[in-house]
Ligand binder design. Structure first.
Ligand code: SAH
Length: 348
């Protein structure tokens, strides 16, 4: 029994049980190529050979949280902290616009400086200056009211990885003041408010089991997020998880295929963490069903400070050089980078 039957069921749009997902995950060696082929064909049905690019602006590495895995956790006194001011964020987006970007992703730690008032004014300015662009926020857990105001101010999308679907596992990755229930409630709120919402998890984070991964697939099928961000866990030397084993790029790529087959029209990035774990990771992700890349637009001077994990790629490159490099890499996969907003099929 090698998982082929499960794969065919999944590709035909049938719902798999947890046991079936588990069999696929355990037997991935034998079905990996077939899964990638089916996933690419599925992606082509909805998006052709298009790969969407999102300009990532890492605007602050100041964070009040203490996630055990994350290099910018509050407790990491070795991290050199920075915060871009609103006008710096605007100028960063301006450079991205000139390079062709039509989606900006503002990502950062949970930095108390960025109150609703300040963040709202950034969102408004960005949407006024670039009305043809989509704006994605990825700034962690906030109140329902805050999410509502940000949506009203023009934010279109929100990325908030749930990190793990297993509440006990969540508690092993985070300190006691962070709650699984709150994270999940935030995701539901974002969906209710009409954001194109991105959930996601780390692959191979300490304590994660194959059963957890099967549960991730069931959870995503139920939540139906517009976007799913996954990447391998990579240890950071100044965190409690410094000595833990890294997650595997190969498993991440296989899960990208399963996610594509489970949510055929999802927007699915081949992440920087995947490109860090394997030099060809992003290409492999695209060849396994991913259709989004998120190159960095942060100013060169701060890039090497937004280190969630060790050995992060592209921290020295200028945005323009990054784009040229990605275009060449992606052309080799038979796909093509496009610059439109690339909304989720449900939102066009
Ligand atoms: N503060 C925001 C943004 C977090 S950074 C928020 O809470 O959503 C974006 C993602 O990077 C996280 O959701 C996490 O999944 C990932 N990440 C953090 N540390 C990592 C590590 N050591 N290895 C791999 N991915 C990591």
């Amino acid at each position: 029994m090698d998982g082929s039957r499960e794969l065919e069921k999944l590709a035909a749009g049938e719902a798999l049980t947890k046991e079936e997902y588990l069999r696929l995950i355990k037997d991935r060696e034998s079905v990996r190529d077939e899964a990638a082929d089916l996933a690419v064909r599925t992606r082509q049905r909805y998006y052709g050979n298009k790969v969407f690019i999102r300009g990532l602006i890492e605007f602050t590495n100041i964070c009040k949280n203490n996630c055990y895995y994350c290099g910018i956790r509050a407790g990491n006194t070795a991290a050199e902290r920075y915060r871009l001011m609103p006008e710096e964020i605007l100028s960063c987006a301006g450079k991205g616009y000139e390079l062709g970007f039509r989606t900006f992703v503002l990502q950062g730690g949970e930095d108390p400086y960025y109150t609703d008032e300040i963040l709202l004014s950034v969102v408004r300015s960005l949407k006024e200056t670039y009305p043809d662009c989509a704006l994605t926020l990825s700034v962690g857990e906030r109140s329902r009211e805050s999410y509502r105001l940000l949506k009203e101010a023009g934010a279109d999308r929100y990325l908030l990885r749930h990190e793990t679907v297993n509440a006990k596992h969540y508690a092993a990755l985070h300190p006691a003041d962070m709650h699984y229930g709150n994270r999940m409630a935030c995701l539901k709120t974002l969906k209710e408010l009409g954001y194109q919402t991105g959930a996601g998890f780390m692959v191979g984070s300490p304590g994660q089991t194959d059963e957890d991964l099967a549960d991730e697939m069931l959870f995503l099928r139920e939540l139906k997020p517009e976007m799913v961000g996954i990447g391998p866990f990579i240890p950071h030397k100044d965190t409690p998880f410094a000595k833990e084993q890294a997650g595997s790029a190969e498993l991440t790529v296989f899960l990208l295929s399963l996610i594509r087959l489970t949510l055929p029209d999802v927007l699915l990035p081949a992440t920087t963490a995947l490109g860090t774990a394997d030099p060809m990771g992003r290409e492999k992700g695209i060849l396994s069903g991913a259709n989004v890349l998120m190159p960095n637009l942060s100013p060169a001077g701060v890039r090497e400070k937004y280190l969630l994990y060790d050995n992060k790629i592209c921290t020295g490159d200028e945005a323009a050089a990054c784009i040229a490099c990605l275009k060449a890499r992606i052309a080799k996969t038979g796909c093509e980078i496009v610059t439109d907003r690339g909304d989720h099929a449900r939102h066009i």
